[in-house]
Design a protein around this ligand. Structure first.
Ligand SMILES: [Mn+2]
Length: 468
């Protein structure tokens, strides 16, 4: 990676600034290559914006920002990823962008508009240094946005766009501290204070839209769940005693990426031995030993959508009797939870099914002696929505076709727990991705080995990645 300051110096020394400006103007309409053929269709994003505008009503205005870029260190940023509500409404993946929705429509520079995207333009610096930018013209053409403008115009036209508005909708985007993103947010905040309008948080409306997945979204979810399942399988095949946890993490990330994932949905959790009992462990540095169990929670993100899969398996490829006993209890609880998922049922039925199986199982094994002790070893909820966020909005209690969520009970027995020490350092979570269908539920991650026999069979296979 090279430093941007060098470029700035060169630009300052340019003997033909005029030519630079000509090139810059030409670049405004630069072609934008589309490398992917399976992005969600622009018509779907358009329909989402229209549905949101119908709910907002005439006379209202919606102003939305994507996430700001975040510094990692010095002049290096974290890999950019847009705000999920913004991605949901636009499909626009670049930083420094804002969307204004005007359900009643208004006139901007003599043109009737009801939606305006503000984004970066392609210029000489972006071409030389930053890679491809879509730019306003391509955003209209490729994303079906009614009207797009360069983001430097945001402050100047906000008054025109909002004229006569009586209601404001927005979301709580993280504030930006630099660049055009910060300038747009400052202009918006100034306008908002001057307008006297109370902001209505739109997250509730968007949450109810996002919790029901369309056929196109389900296609994407299937892809990312399958890619994530493959990653678990390759990790199981490769895992051996005396590997580091990060070596397993490297394998899953590799499999996500060669299956087209742009990101991991969240940092891989590869917890072995005592680390298997830490719910969101992702240090992944420990040397794994014969006899350890691994609790591995990892999934990719594809076209913005994340899967979320956890499997637990023994480092040496064969479960110990104690690991197997705990595993079978958690698997039975996962199965009971999934069996309670169907249209019209509610979350409470899943909670009850899982809690009963876990309680009965741990009592039978003597890990607990009364039902009230379950919380010592099972301290999280059984699931959450999945989608653009790995913890996706899921406001409705009753299951409906198109909902996608996880079922993920677990048992975590730390060293020193009040039970026979033969159970210590066993952490087991089994997490599947469930889609509610018209008639029941589909386990999208059923191909990822789940039973003791399936896991031991998979682990006995040779790995092409580690040669053993
Ligand atoms: Mn999860």
């Amino acid at each position: 990676m090279v430093c941007e300051i060098l470029f700035r110096m060169k630009r300052a020394l340019c003997p033909a600034l005029f030519l630079c400006l000509v090139a810059l103007a030409a670049a405004q309409t630069a072609d934008y290559p589309v490398f992917e053929s399976d992005k969600l269709p622009s018509a779907e994003f358009k329909a989402r914006r229209q549905k949101l505008m119908q709910q907002m009503g005439a006379g209202s205005i919606g102003v939305f920002f994507t996430n700001p870029e975040q510094v990692r260190n010095n002049d290096v940023d974290f890999q950019f990823r847009g705000d999920s509500d913004f991605l949901y409404l636009t499909g626009f993946e670049e930083p420094d962008a804002a969307l204004v929705l005007i359900p009643g429509g208004t006139v901007l520079d003599g043109r009737r508009v009801d939606e305006v995207l503000f984004c970066n333009v392609t210029d000489q610096m972006s071409i030389t240094w930053l890679g491809y930018r879509m730019g306003p013209a391509n955003a209209m053409r490729l994303l079906g946005i009614g009207h797009a403008e360069q983001n430097t115009k945001f402050a100047a036209v906000l008054d025109q766009l909002t004229r006569g508005a009586t209601k404001l909708f927005t979301t709580q985007a993280p504030t930006s501290s630099r660049g055009q993103s910060a300038r747009m947010q400052t202009a918006f905040n100034t306008w908002r204070q001057g307008s006297g309008l109370q902001a209505t948080n739109t997250e509730g409306l968007l949450a109810r839209m996002r919790e029901i997945k369309s056929a196109e979204e389900i296609k994407v979810l299937r892809h990312v769940v399958n890619a994530s399942s493959k990653a678990h399988i390759e990790a199981m095949k490769a895992t051996k005693p005396d590997m580091r946890e990060y070596e397993v993490g490297a394998i899953v990330k590799y499999i996500f990426e060669v299956n087209g994932c742009e990101y991991t949905g969240y940092p891989p959790i590869v917890g072995s031995g005592p680390n298997s009992t830490i719910l969101h462990y992702n240090t992944n540095r420990r040397l794994m030993k014969f006899g350890d169990i691994i609790c591995m929670d990892t999934a990719g993100e594809y076209r913005g959508y994340s899967a979320d899969i956890t499997r637990s398996f023994p480092v040496n490829g064969r479960f110990s009797p104690e690991q197997k006993a705990i595993y079978e209890v958690v698997l039975a609880a996962t199965d009971a939870g999934i069996a309670a998922c169907k249209p019209g049922a509610s979350r409470g039925a899943v909670t009850a099914a899982i809690d009963k199986v876990l309680t009965d199982g741990l009592m039978r094994l003597g890990v607990i002696t009364e039902a009230g002790q379950l919380g010592t070893y099972y301290m999280h909820g059984w699931g959450h929505g999945i989608g653009l966020d790995v913890h996706d909005p899921w406001p409705t209690n009753t299951f409906q076709a198109g909902m996608a969520f996880t079922v993920e009970p677990g048992i975590y027995i730390k060293e020193g727990s009040p039970c026979d020490k033969k159970w210590w350092n066993i952490g087991v979570r089994i997490e599947d991705d469930i889609l509610i269908t018209a008639t029941g539920a589909e386990n999208l991650s059923a191909n990822c080995p789940r039973t003791v026999a399936e896991i031991e069979r998979t682990m006995a296979l040779n790995s092409a990645l580690t040669g053993g």
